[in-house]
Design a binder for this molecule. Structure first.
Ligand SMILES: [Zn+2]
Length: 272
């Protein structure tokens, strides 16, 4: 039996990724007594969604979005929030070894059992999401060796967020087709085939927390307009459960669909 709490770490790119992408699991596992931490690589300082005339500028927006992120993380019960200073939209241009060793440092210090990050498609091709997925995987490898001052830490499981076809369908029926043009080529939402999803987590009980966390991101509300106009029941279908791909696990395997990111660990039962 584990004496120490199980630990979940989400490694993501922007303020709001934690609420839209991992709000359900952060709320659920905090509620179940799991230690939860979040690394957010950028402050989203280029993500002004209102009228350009009202844009407070990158420096001020970075501060506003940090406050929004802290509020959302508190709603989700995140116990440790690490906000890094990479430039929004340029994470793939970061000095790579520095970024990997910086995140490896936090992995060694916090010692998560399970890490969650974006999938290799960055959900819809967002270069920052793709970069953080690659950096997180490299940091897990790096953290398994000492850096000379910290002892090594071996992460037991790595997961990618895996948007289901159902999620993509509901999402695009509300927002229209999500298209991002990168290097003059269009990128769209990539949903995983249902058979490839290894892990489905129920998060329906945490809908109010997820929604409260999302709406902490007040500067982003113009881009959430369609989400806010959705009938509640339809919106809740988006966040009722979430799919993941188990990239690696040192503790379990096989084809049975997991219902718990900590499957394979002995976990204290929640006291009701
Ligand atoms: Zn993002």
């Amino acid at each position: 039996m584990n004496q120490d709490p199980l630990k979940l770490m989400c490694i993501l790119a922007h303020p709001d990724d934690e609420s839209l992408g991992t709000g359900g699991i952060l709320a659920r596992y905090a509620d179940e007594g799991v230690h939860t931490s979040l690394i957010t690589a950028t402050r989203g300082q280029r993500g002004w969604q209102g009228d350009e005339a009202d844009n407070p500028g990158q420096k001020a927006l970075a501060q506003i979005r940090e406050a929004e992120l802290r509020a959302a993380a508190a709603v989700l019960g995140v116990q440790e929030l690490i906000l890094l200073d990479y430039m929004d939209g340029e994470l793939d241009k970061a000095e790579w070894k520095t970024a990997v060793s910086q995140i490896a440092h936090y992995i060694r210090r916090i010692q998560p059992h399970v890490v969650v990050t974006f999938d290799p498609y960055g959900s819809y091709g967002h270069p920052d999401h793709i970069a953080i997925s690659q950096i997180a995987a490299a940091a897990i490898v790096a953290a398994s060796s000492s850096n000379g001052t910290q002892p090594p830490h071996q992460v037991d499981k790595l997961y990618y967020l895996a948007d289901t076809a159902e999620f993509a369908h509901i999402y695009e029926s509300v927002f229209g087709e999500l298209v991002m043009t990168v290097d003059a080529r269009e990128r769209r939402i990539v949903s995983w085939p249902d058979w490839a999803i290894t892990t489905k987590i129920e998060t329906n009980a945490y809908q109010s927390q997820i929604w409260e966390a999302i709406t902490c991101h007040r500067t982003q509300l113009p881009s959430f307009e369609a989400l806010m106009q959705m009938p509640t029941a339809q919106r809740q279908r988006l966040f009722a459960r979430q799919g993941f791909y188990r990239v690696f696990s040192l503790v379990n395997g096989g084809r049975e669909i997991e219902k718990d990111l900590f499957a394979g660990f002995s976990k204290p039962q929640k006291v009701l």
